[in-house]
Design a protein around this ligand. Structure first.
Ligand code: C2R
Length: 197
């Protein structure tokens, strides 16, 4: 089948790596998790930020269990150069909201799926913020954790335009994957395709 020349190859995702450098070496993103039990999901945020070349710090801190630590962390973060928070918490997840109440930096919240209600509890407690204290709440679990890194990069790209190249490459790469999957599906049919998944 004829190849679409406009589609970028997988290699191209990082082809501009040398050109795309954020000059700032201190962490730009503060990832806060309510417990170490959130780490398995929240590693997706860290991995995607690594891929996009954004410095971050990860801290375990709980509004419920270690309120003072959380407040100290948030209040000192701007001095450390943090420009955005990504917060992962499960169950009665008040962490993102408490952080949002203490900072003017953007806060992205990810509901963790670990509890008996599979994250619905955390979704409601993170998304239902009162007027004036927004938390940009994403999908429950792994997808939310990955999307948080992408959304954070999109927000930061307004200040660091060099990040736009990476975001564009990420989108091109996704587009290419869909084309490739469809070519394969047309070639081998759905039954064989399913066997290979
Ligand atoms: P443990 O596994 O430590 O018992 O925690 C955590 O984010 C975790 O998903 C269970 C769940 O409790 C959450 N947690 C919060 C907060 N602190 C911990 N939602 C908070 O302050 O909102």
């Amino acid at each position: 089948m004829k190849k679409n020349k406009k589609i970028v190859t997988k290699k191209s995702l990082f082809q501009n790596k040398e050109k795309v450098k954020i000059t700032k070496n201190s962490p730009l993103v503060g990832i806060v998790i309510g417990s170490d039990s959130d780490l398995k999901i929240m590693q997706n945020t860290a991995k995607k930020l690594d891929e996009l070349g954004i410095n971050y710090e990860i801290t375990i801190s709980s509004a419920h269990r270690t309120l003072e630590k959380t407040l100290d962390f948030v209040r000192s973060s701007e001095k450390r150069g943090i420009e955005l928070f990504i917060v992962g918490a499960g169950m009665a997840a008040h962490l993102a909201g408490i952080i949002a109440g203490q900072t003017i930096l953007p806060v992205i919240g990810i509901p963790m799926s670990g509890g008996d209600l599979n994250g619905i509890d955390a979704l409601y407690s993170t998304v239902q913020m009162p007027s004036g204290i927004p938390v940009a709440t994403l999908t429950i679990g792994n997808v939310g954790a990955t999307n948080a890194a992408i959304l954070a990069t999109q927000i930061l790209s307004l200040k660091y335009p060099e990040l736009k190249v990476k975001l564009k490459n990420l989108k091109e790469d996704m587009k290419k994957q869909v084309f490739e999957k469809d070519i394969k599906l047309q070639k081998i049919g759905y039954k064989k395709y399913l066997e290979k998944i």
